[in-house]
Design a protein around this ligand. Structure first.
Ligand SMILES: Cc1cc2nc3c(=O)[nH]c(=O)nc-3n(C[C@H](O)[C@H](O)[C@H](O)COP(=O)(O)O)c2cc1C
Length: 201
């Protein structure tokens, strides 16, 4: 039998060194700076930056098709971005690039179990609406919604890195308390939260 198709155990597989990831482009700089932070100033985020942040997260970047800054499985666009601030909780309406106030109270402390969530100026909450995920079975709904929230979170990480903001995406929270406080329906599931603010100090 020929051995030509078999790996040769005494010879390491060839490794080709890639060029260093150089380049001064804005995206490369943001990727270099991307990190999780857990110490935030309580200073508010200026409205223009807040607006850019929500657009970067999951805004419309192709008005002719309704395409968004993050991909979504089957183009379902099932994730809603909620912005939880001291002055209330808001749902981001991508089509009109506007905010709908859903709660008037300060729910920040409910968005997680870590101290900083209640004092940082903004906690984003990524909520999947399973009702928009036509024909998906329960397992598909869960993993596609998680993936779709994850890519939005990375958009927020990169915007924050480029704008001098600190952020951390969070899975730890008491969803059974936060969901009713936000007035969510049963098919609306909280996937992740993400705190944003200026770095402390
Ligand atoms: C799905 C997911 C859930 C996470 N949950 C939390 C969390 O609840 N609290 C937290 O402080 N960090 C959380 N993190 C942040 C990770 O701890 C962090 O990304 C990891 O330590 C790597 O650090 P880096 O982001 O600075 O590279 C989470 C990250 C991901 C992707």
């Amino acid at each position: 039998m020929s051995t030509a198709a078999h790996a040769q155990p005494d010879r390491a597989p060839p490794v080709t060194k890639l060029p260093d990831p150089h380049g001064g482009g804005e995206l490369i700089r943001a990727l270099r700076a991307r990190k999780s932070s857990r110490a935030f100033s309580s200073a508010p985020i200026p409205e223009a930056q807040f607006s850019n942040l929500l657009w970067a997260a999951f805004g419309i970047n192709r008005p002719e098709t309704g395409g968004r800054t993050a991909p979504s499985a089957h183009g379902w666009q099932e994730i809603d971005v909620y912005a939880v601030r001291a002055d209330g909780a808001y749902r981001y309406l991508a089509k009109s690039h506007a905010l709908e106030r859903v709660v008037e109270n300060d729910l920040r402390a409910l968005t997680g179990v870590q101290d900083f969530v209640g004092t940082a100026p903004l906690d984003l909450v990524y909520v999947a609406d399973f009702a928009r995920m036509a024909h998906a079975n329960a397992e598909e709904r869960t993993f596609f919604a998680a993936a779709d929230a994850g890519v939005i979170a990375q958009n927020v990480y990169l915007y924050c890195a480029s704008a001098g903001l600190a952020t951390v995406v969070r899975g730890l929270m008491d969803r059974s308390k936060l969901a009713p406080a936000l007035g969510l329906r049963h098919e609306q599931r909280i996937i992740l939260a993400q705190t944003v603010g200026y770095p402390a100090g």
